[in-house]
Design a protein around this ligand. Structure first.
Ligand code: SAH
Length: 340
């Protein structure tokens, strides 16, 4: 039985037509699910009894189960149990401008970035769109809050689960439903070049972030195996194309690894790479993990790197840190019960 949270409004329209009902019922169902957050179908009062019974037999209303929750003053990390007993994590962050969630896109991850904890578990499977939607629904219900922005930066490589991610975005973006504006949705990828080209052709206003982490192939090959498939030149070309086609700025993520990629020479190389392009660099202080060979760059080093980028004309920010002490920060999510 499909999950009711796996259907976009358009999917519901097709469903209702297929059972001889009017298309507008899709909007009614959407409002119950995502506006009123009604989980008991018997309360969908503008649908007649037979139709409610039909929906109850055609769809599952089950959601993710909260297995564990850890909190600090501005972060909550959730460990969710999926229906097949796999685990994933999601993180909520409170900002002065609103609440954001970092969602996972896969169980495990195959990208194998050397410094990242999430890739220790190889990908077991993609998350279905509804399992990503439910990360939002269950957390909003648990905390009695509304989330205003979504980053797809948890466990997994979203462009390696392309169709489900697009369905997820369609569902949460729908104005009749959760209605999170596309400009409040950020997708982060390690650089799956063909999918970046595909994404650029869609009429989507979401933000795209690229995990670069190194300004040349030699270094990037060492840190990110994906670079052996799509090297920096190919990635840069895809970025250029995306900028041109969409007219939207791209974020370049760059994790600061002590004595690995944090020299001023690296900063200059990075600035040269993107000279004149509409990108900005988000420097991420490394969150230390069990990959003990990597350490965080010092504050002074990060500032020097930042200054060098600025001096060379590249816009740049330093990522604010959340949840390091509950292992909820970038690259620390694992989604397993072990070694917590
Ligand atoms: N697979 C996607 C999204 C998940 S990772 C991607 O690669 O973009 C989200 C960001 O956190 C990426 O930029 C990732 O490289 C970075 N990251 C991974 N491990 C980290 C760590 N230990 N400290 C800081 N950032 C890390």
């Amino acid at each position: 039985m499909p999950s009711i949270y796996n259907y976009s409004r358009h999917d519901f329209e097709k469903y209702f037509e297929s059972i001889g009902e009017k298309k507008f019922k899709a909007t009614q169902v959407y409002e119950w699910l995502y506006r009123k957050r009604e989980t008991n179908i018997e309360n969908f009062s503008n649908l007649k009894k037979e139709l409610r019974t039909r929906l109850a037999t055609d769809f599952s209303f089950d959601t993710l189960k909260i297995e564990k929750k850890e909190s600090d003053y501005q972060t909550h990390k959730y460990l969710f149990r999926l229906s097949d007993d796999n685990f994933i994590e999601a993180v909520v962050m409170f900002h002065d401008y609103g609440n954001s969630i970092c969602v996972s896109s896969e169980v495990g991850c195959n990208m194998g970035c050397r410094f990242c904890e999430s890739g220790r578990q190889k990908k077991i499977r993609n998350l279905e769109a509804h399992e990503i939607v439910e990360q939002i629904l269950v957390i909003e219900q648990d905390l009695k809050i509304r989330l205003s922005s979504v980053v797809i930066m948890g466990i997994g490589e979203p462009l390696d689960n392309y169709d489900n991610i697009l369905k997820f975005i369609e569902i949460i973006n729908d104005a009749k439903g959760i209605a999170i504006g596309a400009r409040h949705i950020t997708l982060s990828t390690c650089g799956l070049v063909p999918k970046i080209y595909e994404l650029s052709k869609l009429p989507l206003q979401i933000n795209l972030a690229i995990s670069l982490h190194a300004p040349n192939d030699e270094l990037r090959n060492m840190l990110m195996p994906v670079n052996k498939v799509y090297n920096i030149a190919a990635l840069k070309q895809a970025i250029k194309d995306y900028l041109q086609v969409t007219g939207r700025r791209i974020t370049i993520e760059y994790v600061m690894l002590n004595n690995v990629n944090d020299s001023n020479a690296c900063a200059e190389e990075l600035a040269n790479l993107f000279k004149g392009m509409n990108v900005y660099v988000n420097l991420i202080p490394y969150n230390e993990t069990n990959h003990l060979e990597f350490k965080r760059s010092s504050r002074n080093r990060i500032m020097a790197f930042y200054d060098t980028l600025k001096k060379n004309g590249l816009n740049c920010t330093i990522r604010k840190e959340f949840g390091t002490n509950i292992k909820a920060a970038c690259g620390q999510l694992r989604g397993s019960m072990k070694n917590k």
